[in-house]
Design a protein around this ligand. Structure first.
Ligand SMILES: [Zn+2]
Length: 248
C-alpha cells in the first residue's frame, strides 16, 4: 500500500529501534510532508507490520497517531534451519500525525514514544513467539506448525489464527510450556540477517524465529501469561496470550 504518491524519491528511513528498542526519544530531520503524513531521515517509531501494531507518541508537541511504511523491495532469504518469510526492506516510514500541525520540511525535531504502549507491545511480541513455539510443539506435525492465517499483537493481547481445530484439552500443555520457557528468564537475542538489518533471528536457547518486530531483552520482563483458545468460524481457531503483570 502506497500512502504517499511516488513522485518524491525518498531514502529508506533509518530504523533506530532495530538496534535500540529501549530508546524512548531521538532527534530527526523532516524530509517530506504531505498533509498530515511526515517522513524523517530516521525514526524510533515502529510502523505497523508483522502483526505488531504501530507505535504512538509525539514529534515535538504534535501527536503521532499511526505509523505505516511504504514498500521498499521484497527480499527472499533462504536458510536451511528455518523458513524465512519474504519481507519488504529499505522501506520509508510514514508518521501520521494529528491534523493542524505546524511541522516543516528541513526542521530538526524531537521524537518521543508513548513508551508504556511500546513496552507492552514488546512484551506481547516476545510472548507471541513463545506461544507460537508452544502451539507448534504441541499441535504441529512433522516439525511444522499448524497453518497460521495471521497474528495480531497489540496492547491487550497477542493472538494467532490457525486453520486447525486445536483440541481444547491440550491448551493447558501449551500454557505450561509457554510459562516454563518464560520462567527460565534467559536473554532474548535478536541476531540480524547478514543481508539486511530489517529481519532478525529471534533466539531463545535453541528456538529460532525470524522476525522484524520489537522484543524485550529478557523473558522475565514478560512475566506469567494466560493462554486461551476460541473457535472463530468453522475452520479457524484463535489462540491468545494475555500478560498477567503490569510493568509500567
Ligand atoms: Zn515476531
Amino acid at each position: 500500500m502506497f500512502i504517499l504518491d511516488n513522485q518524491t524519491p525518498l531514502p529508506p528511513t533509518e530504523k533506530i529501534w532495530i538496534d535500540q528498542p529501549y530508546l524512548t526519544e531521538c532527534e530527526a530531520t523532516i524530509l517530506h510532508i504531505k498533509d498530515n503524513y511526515i517522513v524523517t531521515d530516521c525514526t524510533i517509531f515502529y510502523a505497523e507490520s508483522g502483526g505488531q501494531v504501530a507505535d504512538q507518541g509525539w514529534i515535538n508537541d504534535t501527536r503521532v497517531i499511526d505509523v505505516q511504511k511504504q514498500p521498499g523491495y521484497l527480499i527472499h532469504i533462504k536458510r536451511v534451519d528455518v523458513d524465512v518469510p519474504s519481507v519488504q526492506i529499505n522501506t520509508v516510514v510514514v508518521h501520521i500525525v494529528e491534523e493542524g500541525h505546524s511541522l516543516q520540511i528541513g526542521q530538526k525535531v524531537n521524537m518521543r514514544l508513548n513508551w508504556s504502549l511500546r513496552y507492552i507491545h514488546m512484551r506481547y511480541h516476545s510472548a507471541s513467539h513463545f506461544l507460537y513455539h508452544a502451539v507448534s510443539s504441541i499441535y504441529g506435525k512433522d516439525g511444522k506448525s499448524p497453518y497460521t492465517r495471521g497474528c495480531y499483537i497489540y496492547s491487550e493481547s497477542a493472538r494467532f489464527d490457525y486453520a486447525d481445530t486445536l483440541d481444547s484439552s491440550l491448551i493447558p500443555e501449551v500454557s505450561s510450556l509457554v510459562n516454563d520457557l518464560i520462567a527460565k528468564g534467559e536473554n532474548i537475542i535478536m541476531e540480524p540477517d547478514p543481508n539486511t538489518k530489517e529481519i532478525s533471528y529471534w533466539r531463545y536457547g535453541n528456538i529460532i524465529i525470524p522476525c522484524g518486530g520489537t522484543h524485550v531483552c529478557n523473558a522475565m520482563e514478560i512475566g506469567p501469561v494466560q493462554v486461551k483458545r476460541k473457535k472463530v468460524g468453522k475452520t479457524t481457531t484463535r489462540v491468545y496470550a494475555y500478560l498477567s503483570e503490569r510493568k509500567n
